[in-house]
Design a protein around this ligand. Sequence first.
Ligand SMILES: *Cc1c(COP(=O)(O)O)cnc(C)c1O
Length: 407
Amino acid sequence: MSAALLQQLQAQLESRAAQGLHRRRRTTETACAPHVTVDGRALLAFCSNDYLGLAAHPAIVAALQEGAALYGAGSGASHLISGHSRAHALLEERLAAFVGPNLVQPRALTFSTGYMANLALLSALGGPDAELFSEAVNHASLIDGARLSRSAVRVFPHGDVAALEALLAASTAATRLVVTDSVFSMDGDLAPLPALLAACERHGAWLIVDDAHGFGVLGEQGRGALSHFGLCSPQLIYMGTLGKAAGVAGAFVAAHELVIETLVQRARPYIYTTAAPPAVAHALLTSLDIIGGTEGDARRAHLAHLIARFDDALVLRHWRRLPSFTAIQPVVIGANADALAASAALDAQAIWVPAIRPPTVARGTARLRITLSAAHAEPDLDRLVVAVRALDAASASSATSSSETPS
Ligand SMILES: *Cc1c(COP(=O)(O)O)cnc(C)c1O
């Protein structure tokens, strides 16, 4: 009997592999940084979401150690039992103040991960009498949160505010939730948040903004996408993650205090899980000091400089770049096997850029996902550009020669 079960898994795995969808993990041996040791080899990495280069910042590492000395290793229980520490409370106050200028009566609530924050938000605010309007290329955690919420789900096309507006106008649901990434994680472009918010305000809908890739990077002092666009509304619900630009781990939701109280009372992914270690919250206080201070400004300025330099230099003949002024710079290649081959060719030159394939991106749009960080130096960037341009040129000439095969 068990042999048949195992054979079934084996067959499914083989079928994925045949479609170029097998995924494998690499084991890193050094801290997250541009220059890493991976499975014993030195690589130049363009794959982390550590946009400000804070993941191994000495002051944050020291704060993590101090937090462990103050509060121990584990929280011991969920937030509603006894796991909610002074460090969590301080972090929530700091986060509410940091993103608060773009919200009304703001309060913040922290989570162990962004994935859980999105499950919590959508499951607590949605329900059978809610309708959820989800942007077509939203992150998987929002898609899973929508499923968990048992709401009716309507997907609107990428960036299409008019289509959303038509769906909202036709809706008779008691609760309407519009949900979108701010910076799209595999494309690097920005959602038209001002127009989305205006549509939500016209139709009495909440606008949930997942700013996983904007918090710390966009806006004044790194306050995120709402600050970048200068938005403010009681209908805004903001989700930021703390494991990307903030360099540590976790996430938070900030919104009107009644939204947050609803999450505390009702969100099962908040209630039924052990609170993150208080030391993590304590380390994040230092991360926020850096993000919002002059060092954060300098890191954001360097990152912006690198993005502009990359944008100028990476001229492609065959592969396609997507319009992005963020640290996420995709190069769309197309077929899974070709994207994997490009990633492998870079790896052979000790450059680490992941190939992203379906279902993370649409079929036929497999790509290299290049992410830049303030921790990169100009020579790092230039090495990448030379390598990618050479591979693109080689693929362009092989495409030309195969289409010009003598007839
Ligand atoms: C990374 C990410 C998440 C999940 O955050 P984690 O803290 O890594 O769980 C959610 N939404 C988007 C858009 C992301 O990129």
